[in-house]
Each structure stands twice: as C-alpha cells, then as structure tokens.
Design a protein around this ligand. Structure first.
Ligand SMILES: Cc1cc2nc3c(=O)[nH]c(=O)nc-3n(C[C@H](O)[C@H](O)[C@H](O)COP(=O)(O)OP(=O)(O)OC[C@H]3O[C@@H](n4cnc5c(N)ncnc54)[C@H](O)[C@@H]3O)c2cc1C
Length: 435
C-alpha cells in the first residue's frame, strides 16, 4: 500500500465495519486561505472546528489520515464526565472551587455532545444511558465517601449500589459494591465523528483528509502558513489538535507528553441467554483498579471489552490476552466467547494527566493531551477554544494550571510511563490479595 492509500484507510475495528457511511474526503492539492486552520481530525479537532463554524468563523480542518483515525475512532465509547486526572487529584492541585468550575465545564461538554447528536441528527446509537462503576475490593465506605463528595461538592447524582445489586447485573464474584451514574452514557464514536464532520461541512467548513501538516511558519503580515505535502494554508490562527502524533510539527508539545497504549477486543455475537447469565445489563461498566477493565454489551449481543495499558505497542496475541481478562471476570462464558476484533490505540498523557489547552503565541493554539478519558474533555476543549477564538471567551484559562509545557521525559517518557504502570498493576495485585 502507498502512503496515500495507507492514510485513506481505517484500522480494522468493529466501529469501522459498522460505519453508516465511509466515504473518504479529498486531500488538499492547492494553496488556500482560511481564517482558522485546525490540525487533527480527532474529537478535539472536530469539536473545535464545529464550534468555530457554528459561530460563523471561516474554518478549514486537515487530517493526516482519516477523521477519527486515532484514539477518537477506536475507544470504548464511554461518554462519562470527568478528566483523566480524577477529581481528588484536581482538588489537591487547584483547590475545590477551581475543581467545581472544571467539573461544570465537563457537565456542559457532556450535554453538548447530546445536543449535537440531536441537533445534527447524528445516528451514533444506540445511545445507552447509565454507567456502572464497580469495586474490585470490598471497601464500601470508600465508595460511599466518593459518592458523598461527588453529590455534595460537585452536584453529580451518583447512586450507591450494594454488592447484591451489582452482582444481580454483573454475575461475577469478582465485584463488590459500586455506583451508578445515570447521566453518563455510551455511543458509537466513529459514527458520531462522521456526524460532526457532516455538520462542519453543512456550515461550509472545509475538511481535507490524507493531508498532513508538516510545518507551520509565521506570515510576515501576521498569522501563519500551514505547509502540507501538496498545498499551503494561509490562515490567521491555527489550532493544533494532534494528540500524540504531533511529532516535529511542534517539539514543545511533543516533549510535553508521553504515549500510552490501551486496547479493545470485540467478541463475535454470543447466545443471548448465555450472555444474560454473565452481563445482564446494557450499562457500560468499569472497575476501580488503576489498570481497569471497561466493557459493554453491543446491540448484537457481542461484548466490547477494553483494558490494559502499556507503552510497547500492540501485542500479536492481543485477542487472546483480552479474552483471558474477560474470562477471569466471567468464567461462565468459557467456550462461548470468540474474539472477532482486537485493536490498540495511542493515548496522549501529560504528567499531570490533564488536557493541555492554551496558546503558544497569539493565534497559535493547542488543544491536546486528553489521555484515556477524552470523549467529554475533547468536547470541553473544542468548546472553550472555539469560544475563545470567536468570542474572546476566557473559560479556557481554567486549564492554565496545566498548560505549562513541561518536559515529560522526551525519548525516555515511554519507559517512565511503563514503570508507573507496573507500580499500578502491583497495587492492583495487592488490593486483590487483601480482599
Ligand atoms: C482503546 C481506547 C479506548 C478509549 N476509551 C475511552 C472511553 O471509553 N471514554 C473516553 O472518554 N475516552 C476513551 N479513550 C480516550 C479518547 O479516545 C481520547 O482521549 C480522545 O479520543 C483523544 O482525541 P484527540 O482528538 O485528542 O486525539 P486523536 O483521536 O488521536 O486524534 C488526533 C488526530 O490528529 C491527526 N494528526 C496528528 N498530527 C497531524 C498532522 N501533523 N497533520 C494532520 N493531522 C494530524 C491524527 O492523524 C489523528 O487523527 C480511549 C482511547 C483508546 C485508544
């Protein structure tokens, strides 16, 4: 396959094979002018571009591969409020009042996704309401304390569910009590992405796929030129939403983050009665370990099983590894689950695990580093950056405590990340032993 053909293809995933339409957009092959150039067609870039065109801004988005080619089109589909850093860490770092403001943004970001699904009639269902957080250890008080904090301080309507209630739906002795989050939901991320792209184009925003930004230079009359292999884009402002693929386009951003892989496996359809005897709910489920399992039933009685993190890429026997993880939780499915898809995706992390949102210089924006918890935060990032550009809105400054681009280890960052992961796993093992 040539580089161009490669760029025009999605990885084999369940989402790719259940896309409603899969028509590639053309690459840029001319010099053009636009007010704002958004680089990167993941959820961060698309949400930013849609926010801009909705506010009447002339916007062009370029994507090196296909829209949603990266993490955005490969994830678990959990649209759950919050940030990868977790609220208790945020309170420690920026205090309760600031955390409340960030949480308010997340609440808005999650509603904005729903609003856009309705407004643009995006067929990314089933959109199933409700997410369950289940405990791997038997410490109900810590779950209750967490719920109390979320309800009292952040106004999040979480419900405590007893071990009995959890096990009624998740038929496994691995789990104890947990919480139910009624406002979170799940959807088909790649169909959502295509819906966002159609919405951008409905406002005459332009999208070019297979178009990689290779360099950004300053214009002598102000603004920037984005160089791509077959054309240049003259623009007044630029927004980098390149996640972990930013590479040498901007070395400051490149060195301020590190990559982490995580994985998903999707089974073939399973006999419904057998499946009901294991996972008897359509809620999306995740456990409370650092290296957690996250999973959900799909409409045709498959299981989408996500989990694990590493820095070493995608193992050849990924499908077997993930199936083994699933059977550890639901041994009753042994002999009845067969993997059909297994894939990995790269996450972009900053050491503080919060998004990096800000300006490197006037009109040179970045909106990146959403980690493993990105569906709602990319909606937030797109909203605050597009509002800042179009309306001078200053909400993006709530991310200032995290927007300093500290060196994150450079070429050694994957090894640092792997060591941290091993520590987390060790902690999970200790938790299991003390159950
Ligand atoms: C397996 C997996 C499961 C996950 N599950 C969940 C989940 O259930 N819920 C949740 O909230 N989050 C989840 N996440 C995290 C979430 O998907 C990400 O945080 C989010 O999608 C990041 O979006 P993004 O737009 O920043 O990055 P990406 O989606 O990676 O997009 C970046 C895009 O920029 C393009 N690009 C980069 N450089 C250039 C360039 N120079 N020129 C042009 N284009 C360029 C890339 O090709 C890419 O398409 C998961 C992630 C993975 C991998």
């Amino acid at each position: 396959m040539s580089d161009l053909e490669q760029a025009q293809h999605y990885l084999k995933t369940y989402y790719r094979d259940t896309l409603h339409t899969n028509v590639a957009r053309k690459p840029l092959v001319a010099d053009i002018e636009t007010d704002i150039c958004v680089i990167g067609g993941g959820l961060a870039g698309l949400s930013t571009a849609l926010g801009l065109v909705e506010k009447g801004k002339n916007t062009t988005l370029i994507e090196a591969n296909r829209i949603g080619w990266g993490a955005s089109g490969r994830n678990g589909g959990f649209v759950a409020k919050g940030y990868a850093a977790g609220y208790s860490q945020l309170v420690k770092k920026v205090g309760l009042e600031h955390t409340k403001q960030l949480h308010k943004l997340a609440t808005h970001g999650r509603s904005l996704i729903k609003k856009r699904i309705d407004q643009y009639d995006i067929d990314c269902g089933p959109v199933v309401q409700g997410v369950l957080g289940v405990s791997w250890n038997n410490h109900p008080q810590s779950v209750k304390d967490y719920i109390k904090f979320m309800r009292n301080d952040l106004n999040a309507p979480l419900e405590f569910w007893s071990t009995e209630k959890i096990r009624d739906l998740c038929k496994t002795e691995r789990y104890y009590d947990g919480f139910y989050s009624p406002e979170d939901y799940q959807f088909h991320p790649l169909n959502y992405i295509h819906g966002l792209a159609n919405a951008i184009e409905s406002y005459k925003g332009q999208i070019f796929e297979s178009t990689k930004a290779i360099k950004i230079t300053d214009r002598s009359d102000g603004g920037y030129i984005v160089h791509t292999p077959q054309g240049q884009i003259k623009c007044n402002q630029v927004v980098l939403c390149c996640s972990i693929y930013v590479d040498d386009l901007n070395k400051k951003l490149k060195y301020a983050s590190f990559p982490v892989y995580t994985y998903v496996m999707v089974t073939k359809p399973i006999d419904k009665e057998r499946l009901d005897a294991a996972i008897n709910t359509d809620y999306a489920i995740f456990d409370n370990r650092y290296a957690q399992d996250y999973y959900r039933r799909l409409p045709d009685n498959r299981i989408l099983w996500g989990g694990r993190v590493s820095v070493t890429g995608v193992p050849e026997n990924l499908a077997q590894i993930m199936t083994r993880d699933l059977l550890k939780v639901y041994p009753q499915l042994k002999g009845h689950v067969e993997p059909e898809y297994a894939w990995g995706g790269e996450l972009c992390y900053a050491p503080h695990k919060m998004p990096q949102i800000g300006q490197l210089k006037p009109g040179y924006w970045y909106n990146t580093c959403f980690g493993g918890h990105g569906l709602v935060p990319t909606s937030v990032g797109g909203d605050v950056v597009s509002s800042a550009i179009a309306e001078g809105d200053e909400r993006y400054k709530l991310f200032e405590p995290f927007s300093k681009l500290w060196f994150a280890g450079g070429p050694f960052s994957p090894y640092i990340a792997q060591s941290v992961y091993y520590l987390w796993r060790a902690r999970d093992v200790l938790i299991s032993m003390n159950r």
